[in-house]
Design a protein around this ligand. Structure first.
Ligand code: C2E
Ligand code: CA
Ligand code: CA
Ligand code: CA
Length: 278
């Protein structure tokens, strides 16, 4: 049994080495990318379901790699989180979004609300809120223009401190959304302590509307939970008119997904809004 254990260990450590080497090369690339400004943000619209009006955008980061082209966040955010590079990357993202929003406001583009994803390591920085407020102030922006998206898994890292940070953010004037709702098991009991404005139903539930009654049941109860807690509910990943109709019938407040628009570079948003104005 001992030798089997040893073999297993070696097999495992070899796999780990390959994996670690791969991540190490991404890490080095990420450091380079941070220095040479290779990150860009795309923006995806959000719509109210009762009146079909645009009610916000979500900022989603992409990596403009000099050789590999545009890389999606699923490929590098996890490595950035493991290596703590998410902290400097997070500041770059916030700076880019604030600068863009300030520019839009200056040029008459209406921004109802801007949602930004926040990683646990960012929130766990003791000076996070102080620096955030300073940045928003320096751009002359109102804090309530922004919605910070956090996940259930984040809350598990250090529940007391995270809840305290969320309360401070709320008191500072930011809106808070719970992202990927329904994908963690822990939340129902804790959710009442979170100072949320919004719950975002994960796209894995939206996808199965009309196909799986259990997913529909989760959506219906999330909407009911939102109503009883006094927070809005947004459904992510809406791709079909039938999904949209189901959500509207069940009085879900807002939605986001390919049906309404994909994440696009800021110039596209600017053009669309200017086009709509004449
Ligand atoms: P998320 O926050 O849940 O973002 C929603 C994801 O769903 C985005 O993927 C978006 O492009 C995609 N999506 C939107 N509509 C639809 C749809 O109708 N159908 C389908 N199948 N997908 C749709 P994306 O941009 O690849 O981002 C993946 C994840 O990376 C995000 O998931 C978020 O967790 C993370 N992420 C993105 N940007 C940032 C950021 O600036 N900071 C941090 N910390 N994480 C980010
Ligand atoms: Ca999100
Ligand atoms: Ca999400
Ligand atoms: Ca996600």
């Amino acid at each position: 049994a001992k030798s089997l254990g040893k073999d297993r260990y070696q097999l495992y450590s070899e796999e780990l080495t390959v994996d670690a080497r791969h991540n190490l090369s991404i890490e080095q690339d990420l450091r380079q990318a941070l220095q040479s400004d290779q990150f860009v943000l795309h923006y995806q619209p959000q719509y109210r379901l009762d009146n079909q009006k645009l009610c916000g955008f979500e900022a989603l980061v992409r990596w403009h790699h000099p050789e590999k082209g545009l890389i999606g966040p699923d490929k590098f955010i996890p490595v950035a989180e493991e290596t703590q590079l998410i902290v400097p990357l997070g500041w770059q993202i916030l700076d880019k979004v604030f600068s863009r929003v300030a520019n839009w406001i200056r040029t008459g583009v209406d921004v109802p609300m801007m949602a930004i994803n926040i990683s646990p390591q960012q929130l766990l920085q003791a000076d996070f809120i102080q620096r955030l407020n300073l940045m928003v102030d320096q751009y002359g922006l109102a804090r309530n223009l922004f919605e910070l998206e956090v996940t259930e898994s984040m809350i598990m890292q250090d529940p007391d401190f995270v809840i305290q940070q969320l309360q401070r953010l709320r008191l500072s004037g930011y809106n808070l959304a719970l992202d990927d709702f329904g994908t963690g098991f822990s939340s129902l009991d804790r959710i009442k302590y979170l100072p949320l404005n919004r719950i975002k139903i994960d796209k894995s539930f939206t996808r199965d509307i009309g196909r799986n009654p259990k997913d529909e049941a989760v959506i219906i109860s999330a909407i009911a939970l939102g109503r009883s807690l006094g927070v809005e509910v947004l459904a992510e990943g809406v791709e079909t008119a039938a999904q949209c109709e189901f959500l509207r019938e069940h009085a879900c407040e807002s939605a986001q997904g390919y049906l309404f628009g994909r994440p696009v570079p800021p110039e596209v948003i600017t053009q669309e809004v200017k086009g709509a104005l004449g």
